[in-house]
Design a protein around this ligand. Structure first.
Ligand SMILES: [Zn+2]
Ligand SMILES: [Zn+2]
Ligand SMILES: [Zn+2]
Length: 365
């Protein structure tokens, strides 16, 4: 079985008309996101999921001239307004093409595109898409083009969309959530495709953090996010690798990665707003200190009362903390060398040893 992403963009597409943002002007080809659609191929047959406005461009780019059936997730414009491009396929095969969807989706398509579904023949010498509408039962499996397709209803604002499970692949787009009854139909997946809109919440769609949480609950071997906006350049969203000395938005928070020496290695400390967490550093050099101005809370590793080749000692950590000048500093990564109460008693004001379970509240959110 093979999954081909034809388009991975949200309803506006990326680049957006008239937008000059860094994603819309990116040189990275992966930042061009046409409206969402996919192909599932198995046994030499092919299912098309949705007919977005760029369908012709997508099928031409993929070198695909025929499909055996179409599955519609729902009738929103970004998923169906390329439906007329199916004409090339039905004309070439000389027979109607089966299109599947929830009964309400098919009704809406017939209302919006009466010329396709009104059972009248095309005018002499012209053509129109010949489509045979077939309603799918939710939460049931239907054999389509030799593949067992399970239709999984999912909430999308006030609407319901259909996700599709085909063997060990599931394609879920435009969902706001993946509720328990849907999850029960998504066990043992090899590949999950899940919509993820923005780093922040959206009323109709899973946000990126929500999609990540849902993906972890579903537990597919591999998950791919789709229906993405221009808010997140591909490389940045994909990066497990953080750029040193730069800020990256993660889970809605601006995270600055601060490289620090740790013997021959470099570790990353993290500044998130007015808080910084630096562990396993042997020093906090000037380049790092410059990124740590105005901290409310600093967490800093401190190993032993005496020097250590890889770590700040307690006196070195105190000196570094005083140079950095956070309002409060907590020492961590401690050894059995210093009992908490004893260490706490000999640290200067504003510097305290941390302990397991300590919660530090920051004034401003
Ligand atoms: Zn843009
Ligand atoms: Zn939608
Ligand atoms: Zn959509």
């Amino acid at each position: 079985m093979r999954l081909v992403f034809l388009g991975t963009g949200t309803s506006y597409g990326v680049p957006q008309i008239g937008c000059g943002c860094r994603t819309c002007t990116s040189a990275d080809a992966r930042d061009r996101r046409t409206r969402s659609a996919a192909l599932i191929e198995s046994g030499g047959r092919r299912l098309l999921i949705d007919t977005p406005p760029e369908l012709r461009l997508q099928l031409v780019a993929a070198g695909v001239g025929t499909v055996d059936a179409v599955l519609f997730t729902h009738a929103h414009a970004d998923h169906v307004h390329g439906i007329d491009d199916l004409r090339a396929i039905s004309v070439r095969q000389g027979a109607a093409l089966d299109v599947y969807g929830a009964a309400e989706t098919l009704t809406e398509l017939a209302r919006r595109f009466p010329y396709i579904f009104d059972h009248t023949p095309p005018h002499q010498g012209t053509s129109k898409p010949q489509l045979a509408a077939r309603a799918l039962e939710p939460d049931r499996e239907t054999t389509i083009a030799g593949m067992a397709v399970r239709a999984v209803p999912l909430p999308h604002g006030r609407d319901t969309v259909l996700g599709f499970r085909i063997g060990s692949v599931a394609y879920l787009t435009d969902a706001k959530a993946v509720p328990e009854p849907a999850r029960a139909q998504l066990t043992g997946l090899d590949v999950l495709v899940l919509n993820a809109l923005l780093p922040r919440p959206h009323p109709l769609h899973l946000s990126i953090p929500e999609a990540v949480a849902a993906a972890q609950q579903i537990g597919a071997r591999r998950t791919f996010l789709t229906h993405l906006t221009h808010d997140t350049p591909h490389a940045e969203l994909a990066a497990h690798q953080l750029e040193p000395d730069r800020e990256t938005t993660i889970a809605g928070m601006a995270v600055r990665a601060v490289p620090l020496p740790h013997g021959a290695d470099t570790v990353l400390g993290f500044r998130v707003g007015a808080m910084a967490y630096l562990t396993d550093a042997k020093a906090v050099p000037e380049g790092a200190r410059a990124q740590l101005a105005g901290l409310e809370v600093l967490v800093l590793n401190a190993l032993l009362p005496r020097p250590h080749p890889l770590h700040l000692s307690i006196p070195e950590a105190v000196a570094a903390a005083q140079q950095i000048g956070a309002r409060r500093t907590f020492l961590t990564h401690l050894t059995h060398d210093s009992p908490h109460a004893e260490l706490a008693a000999r640290l200067p004001p504003g510097i305290a040893p941390a302990y397991d379970g300590l919660v530090v509240e920051l004034g401003a959110e």
